[in-house]
Design a protein around this ligand. Structure first.
Ligand SMILES: Cc1ncc(COP(=O)(O)O)c(C=O)c1O
Length: 384
């Protein structure tokens, strides 16, 4: 099977992890946690980075830090892996679902339209006119590594006291190259941004996450909450309800080794995207989804769009055909506003997300996929 996205463990991972084992620094203290946080701040140019157990816990703490609580609402995209939706509910708040744009990201125009026309600003809060709940945050998710077009959203979110928590779990390495955000990394624009180092991500620690922020007090509070909110570590005084969301030294050691290889991983994935794009776009009925031109994409996942009228196979038939040819593929996540726990939540003009769901498949783009394997995928697609 040619897998969709698997890690490449080909650098200093064994050496750094062996050091943890040899020195017996295996748990959540040790030099690698600090080092990994420092290396991530260097790379992303974020002022602070707080290592977490995974991307989901990073998102959960981030939402809590910006004041999301019971009966609030958080604006979210319907197209995304479900983690950023679930974290809203972990805090007793409600997700409010938005449509997708051409890049599978939250539709910013519709989001602005919604805020302008369907909410009002009262006593320092944005109030949903329909549900009468406070909307105090938005989670833009950089789907498949595509940067969300955040610039037009910044002013209105500031004016309306809607905090931006970026889900950059899929977009490590993606930077904006246009307008006032030029040069900025995904995950460093909102109040907080979250990374994931799950096995299928740009770099992996087996499981892990990171919170990014430029705000010192948010960073301190993030560290406090993720480490059991310990006010006095000797007498065990806790003045708040914290979590054990720490990353271990072993995971961080792996993260440092993986981060050293990120430039090479990015180059590989971007090259593959170009090859797929040039060759698959020539196959009638197939096209590789565009990436935004306001950012240089990390090409974490390659999305292929199938026109079933021309290609003669729909998405389901295509998945089976690829599997029969030992090629892993994956549909876009089932739309979150239709998932059982969320089917009663408010949605706003969701149209495009359905179309994207029905026509899209992700095709293999692991960092260690060979040229021959890329050719095999293209050949199988061409000869259906
Ligand atoms: C968009 C998105 N958000 C959040 C997560 C959660 O990250 P983790 O698996 O590290 O908890 C993932 C992936 O796993 C993701 O793809």
């Amino acid at each position: 099977m040619i897998p969709l996205s698997v890690p490449s463990i080909s650098g200093n991972e064994w050496r750094y992890i062996k050091e943890c084992l040899d020195t017996e620094w295996v748990s959540s203290a040790g030099k690698y946690v600090d080092l990994f946080e420092e290396k991530i701040t260097d790379y992303t140019e974020s002022k602070y980075a707080i290592a977490c157990a995974n991307g989901t816990s990073a998102l959960q703490v981030s939402l809590r830090l910006v004041g999301v609580k019971r009966n609030c609402e958080v604006i979210v995209p319907t197209i995304t892996f479900i983690a950023p939706i679930n974290v809203v509910r972990y805090l007793g708040a409600e997700p409010l679902f938005m449509d997708a744009d051409d890049y599978y990201n939250i539709d910013i125009e519709k989001t602005i339209d919604f805020i302008k026309n369907e909410t009002k600003f009262e006593n320092g809060y944005t109030l949903n006119k329909h549900t009468l709940r406070h909307i105090n945050a938005i989670i833009p998710v950089n789907v498949f590594g595509n940067a969300v077009n955040l610039e037009p959203l910044l002013d209105i979110c500031r004016e309306r006291n809607i905090k931006i928590v970026e889900d950059a779990t899929e977009s490590l390495g993606t930077r904006y190259n246009y307008g006032q955000l030029t040069g900025k990394h995904c995950g460093t624009i909102g109040e907080l941004g979250c990374l994931s180092f799950n096995g299928n991500k740009m770099i992996t620690t087996g499981g892990g996450g990171m919170i990014l922020t430029d705000d010192k007090s948010l960073a301190e509070r993030a560290k406090y909450l993720t480490t059991q909110a310990k006010d006095d570590p000797i007498r065990y005084i806790h003045n708040d309800v914290g979590y054990n969301f720490r990353m271990t030294n072993i995971q961080a050691a792996m993260g440092v080794a993986q981060l050293e290889q990120l430039p090479g991983f990015l180059e590989k994935k971007r090259n593959n995207y170009q090859i797929y794009r040039e060759r698959i776009d020539e196959i009638p009925g197939l096209r590789i989804a565009d990436v935004p031109d306001y950012a240089d994409n990390n090409c974490w996942m390659v999305a292929m769009q199938v026109d079933k009228e021309i290609y003669s196979k729909d998405r389901e038939q295509m998945m089976k055909y690829l599997a029969d040819n030992k090629i892993e593929s994956r549909p876009v996540w089932y739309l979150n506003h239709s998932q059982k726990p969320y089917e009663d939540c408010m949605t706003y003009k969701i149209e495009k997300a359905d179309i994207l769901l029905n026509q899209t498949l992700n095709i293999p783009n692991s960092v260690n996929i060979t040229k021959e394997e890329v050719n095999t995928v293209i050949g199988v697609l061409a000869n259906a």
